[in-house]
Design a protein around this ligand. Structure first.
Ligand SMILES: *Cc1c(COP(=O)(O)O)cnc(C)c1O
Length: 391
């Protein structure tokens, strides 16, 4: 039997991160002492008051369909969060609760992009963006950046990539995989270019709470009514509340775009899980002090890992200003990132993600969402591996 796979599905690349992760898990199951730097999720548990709220909702029988774009209570709490954190005014009808921040990005791209459209994505990028754009039948246009500019795209680069077909610019600050955080003036300059050329901005702000060195996250939508009118903000509960398995995210968009996304969602997933939404209300309206503790811990790990990586002969690593990743440069070792990571796993039992997965083959991604003990042992092994490669 010959199965015809749709053009859109056949165009997708399978996830490299998953392949590495599967191999590392298999090795662990075989009893080998693998150190995992591949994780894209916090190693902390969901705060108790959030779990309690969801458990209560479940016990009370809150187990039926909800409105497809989320319960009013949660959409209101999200609107209040945008006001509180960014001074942004959204009506609950402009907020869509989805099954994860990833789903919010997907819905946004589906609602705004079609065949013939171009979407500008700075590299290194989160690996799902180009695949989502291809699924919509549109064309990803990649702008490359390097560690020499802290992986920041300039307004000049952005403007040069814009054509009459450009529909969307995808911005992810703080960034996965680099940890880059744009300054407010840099963000505004990029936003100005998009406003000038009537290009929409998908601003993925999932790591907004994870910033270091006293930095404060600013949303590109907050600079002017024009910036607001051009921006769709996506966010979620996975990173700031350690709720990756709950599958809950949200977006805020201009009214007509939110209405289109509401329709898409009503015919695909329908509502995100009912009792999980009650947990999310508790997340937004309850105490936020877990974040202070997590940030201190992440900051300590980041400092140790960043200093250690830069001490390894041949390796250089710009410091991350947000998220929980470092993105060291491995070009001097003369291996492509896939070979580098495969050998690192094989020879030293350390799992890291090859930069090629993010459109940047000279780098590897190290997640420090793991214990200090793991970080120290993993870096000891990476150093031994690097010294052996350098001969
Ligand atoms: C983790 C992540 C998301 C969303 O994750 P969900 O679990 O789907 O909420 C979105 N964008 C980036 C860049 C991420 O790293």
């Amino acid at each position: 039997m010959q199965y015809r796979i749709s053009q859109q599905a056949a165009a997708l690349s399978p996830s490299l991160t998953l392949a590495i992760d599967a191999k590392a898990k298999q090795m662990k199951a075989e009893g080998r002492n693998v150190i995992g730097f591949g994780a894209g999720e916090p190693d902390f548990d969901t705060p108790k008051h959030i779990k309690d709220a969801a458990a209560r909702a479940l016990a009370e029988g809150f187990t039926k369909y909800t409105p497809s774009s989320g319960i009013p209570e949660l959409r209101k709490a999200i609107a209040e969060k945008f006001k509180r954190d960014h001074g942004l005014d959204y009506k609950p009808s402009q907020i869509i609760v989805s099954c994860g921040g990833k789903h919010s990005c997907f819905n946004t791209i589906m609602a705004t992009c079609q065949p013939g459209d171009e979407v500008i994505i700075p590299a290194p990028y989160w690996l799902s963006y180009p695949e989502m754009v291809k699924l919509a039948g549109a064309k990803p246009v990649i702008i490359s950046t390097t560690d020499a500019t802290e992986f920041k795209v300039t307004p000049g680069q952005l403007e040069a990539a814009i054509t009459p077909q450009t529909r969307l610019f995808i911005l992810n600050s703080p960034s996965n995989p680099t940890g880059t955080v744009y300054s407010p003036s840099e963000l505004k300059a990029l936003g100005d270019i998009c406003v000038k050329h009537h290009v929409l901005i998908l601003s993925d702000e999932i790591y907004e709470k994870l910033v270091y060195d006293g930095a404060h996250h600013v949303s590109v939508a907050s600079f002017s009514p024009d910036h607001y009118a051009h921006t769709i903000i996506t966010n979620g509960f996975s990173k700031a509340y350690a709720m990756t398995g709950w599958r809950l995210g949200y977006l805020a968009a201009p009214e007509p775009i939110a209405a289109a996304i509401d329709a898409i969602q009503s015919h695909s997933t329908s509502n995100p899980t009912s009792f999980a939404q009650k947990g999310a209300v508790a997340a937004l309206t309850g105490p936020q002090d877990h974040l202070t503790e997590w940030l201190q811990e992440y900051a300590k790990r980041r400092q140790i890992a960043h200093e250690w990586l830069n001490r390894i002969p041949g390796m250089t690593c710009v410091n991350a200003r947000g998220a929980f990743y470092l993105f060291p440069n491995i070009a001097k070792f003369g291996l492509d990132s896939r070979t580098f990571c495969a050998r690192l796993l094989e020879e030293e039992l350390v799992a890291a993600v090859p930069g090629i997965a993010f459109g940047a083959d000279n780098y590897i991604r190290i997640s420090y969402a793991t214990s200090l003990a793991n970080i120290e042992e993993g870096l000891r092994r990476i150093e031994r591996f690097a010294r052996r490669l350098a001969g």
